[in-house]
Structure formats: structure tokens, C-alpha cells
Design a protein around this ligand. Structure first.
Ligand SMILES: [Zn+2]
Length: 125
């Protein structure tokens, strides 16, 4: 069994994604962190003759780019993540998911702050 395969992936809030691994490691990260880690060629640049070439589209903010549209398993080595701006070419291997979760895990305080902010925004509208 590949220990890097998450036991559970869910999205507790539209802007949060939570992972749980068999070794007990759990992390919640923002969907923004996940999108920023997108390994596809148009996000990370294409390697052409040993050089990474950035495509100009990557820096532009698009509405919905940090909102999850869907997560699909790819074989038993990765997940494919779709976003509401239509971007869906990002294939995240297990190892990338794990390192992204380790690097961008939100603290309990940060998560409650985000939840509080969401609640405040709802009360104002
Ligand atoms: Zn991408």
C-alpha cells in the first residue's frame, strides 16, 4: 500500500480543503494554496530544452480560480483537480499533495479566523 495516498479528502468550506493520511497526518489548506501548487504546464511553465518557460496566462486572476469544481482520482497515483474558472489540467500526484499540505497547513486559529470572517460577511449581506 502506498502510504502517501490520502485516506480522506474533503472540502469543509468552499475555500478550504482537508486531507487525512493513514499515518495520522491531517492538514487543512486553502484552495488558493492548492491552486498555486498546480503542476500543469500552463501554471508552472513548460520545460523546453531544459529551460522552464513561463506562459503569460499564469499570473492573471480569473473569477472562480480558487473554487473547486471537482476532484477525480487518476489511476492510483494522483488526483485531477477541476476549478470553477474551467481549469482542469492539473494532475496532483500523492507526493505533491502531501508536501503541499505540509507546507501550507493552516493553524486552528487561522481556520477559525476564516470561518469567523465568512460568518461576518454573511451577516453584512
Ligand atoms: Zn494548472
Amino acid at each position: 500500500m502506498n502510504v502517501l495516498i490520502p485516506r480522506k479528502i474533503h472540502s469543509p468550506r468552499p475555500y478550504l480543503i482537508a486531507f487525512e493520511w493513514a499515518d495520522g497526518f491531517e492538514a487543512t489548506i486553502s484552495t488558493e494554496s492548492l491552486r498555486n501548487a498546480c503542476p500543469c504546464a500552463s501554471c508552472k511553465g513548460e520545460t523546453i530544452m531544459g529551460k522552464t518557460v513561463m506562459l503569460p496566462a499564469m499570473q492573471t486572476f480569473k473569477p472562480g480560480m480558487f473554487e473547486l469544481a471537482g476532484i477525480n482520482p487518476v489511476g492510483n497515483y494522483a488526483i485531477q483537480v477541476g476549478w470553477r474558472d474551467g481549469h482542469n489540467t492539473g494532475i496532483y500526484p500523492w507526493e505533491l499533495l502531501r508536501t503541499t499540505a505540509e507546507d501550507h497547513a493552516l493553524s486552528e486559529e487561522k481556520i477559525s479566523e476564516l470561518l469567523r470572517r465568512e460568518k461576518d460577511a454573511q451577516q453584512q449581506s
